[in-house]
Design a protein around this ligand. Sequence first.
Ligand code: ZN
Length: 321
Amino acid sequence: MAFTRSHPNVLAGPYLERAAHWRKDEERLRAALDDPATWFVPVWQARSAIVTSSDGHTSAYFATGMQTLAGLDSNGFILLGEFHEHVVFAVALAGETPPALTSGAELHDLRLIAGELPAEEAGLLAYARAMVHWREHNRFCGRCASPMIAVQGGHVMQCSLCKHQQFPRLDPAVIVLVTDGERALLGRQPSWPPGRYSTVAGFVEPGESLEDAVAREVREETGVLVDTVEYHSSQPWPFPSSLMLGFTARASRTDIDLSDEELEDARWFTREQIAAGEIALPTTHSISFRLIEDWYDGGATTPLRAEPGVRMWQLPKRGGG
Ligand SMILES: [Zn+2]
């Protein structure tokens, strides 16, 4: 099993003191909101704010001081915790047009920029994005349809009428590297750029264990049957609210059948084929790449990342605004 606390996946790791004990302390929250040392992480229409220095380094943009945000139409604050000795709140920015942030900050989809940021800042922006998404999609009570009110530092949405409480939710998804010993099973969706292949993935359904979901997804998408299923590691994936649960599995029947048509192609690949660049691999900050990399490095003399012929899928260059 991978020792993930010392080598966390991107967007994971102990980068933050979540300070859960503060969430019910109204006085302390109020003081932190007014403190000029407090940092605010803006999220607008699922976009995260970054700044790029003159030497080309990208970092997260933190607003400071409530007055910075006074002119912005905000939907309130969510306590994230303590980060580098600063209390940090996510702030959901409203409006149909991009908010005017100071200091040359730009708003981008975190999925496109996560790999450019320092890992702990990427994690913090992912957390902020996930919380803002959850809050914006729980504005009304699921029981009586009355407006919800944020309480406990933004971590609970409570019905203004029936007092029903809603807590942040995740969608668990399994992602699995299947091997037959020497080869890895990789597939591609029709919408993907030509040549890009990745591991099998899918959402866990009610009534399933994780290992049930692994076996079902592999069988549905590729026709391959698996017997042994082992946990590898996990990755927060707030696009919009997934938790990716990574596994490896061993095939007990290797015949491929694409009859459910979710995948356009699925094949068995050897390390030599991957090293030769026959396919483009997922982005290096994804857990799918990590699963492929750990399998590859376990049976090769040269690490995957050091192979000159390997092709990694390059994300499109980010656009403006
Ligand atoms: Zn209600």
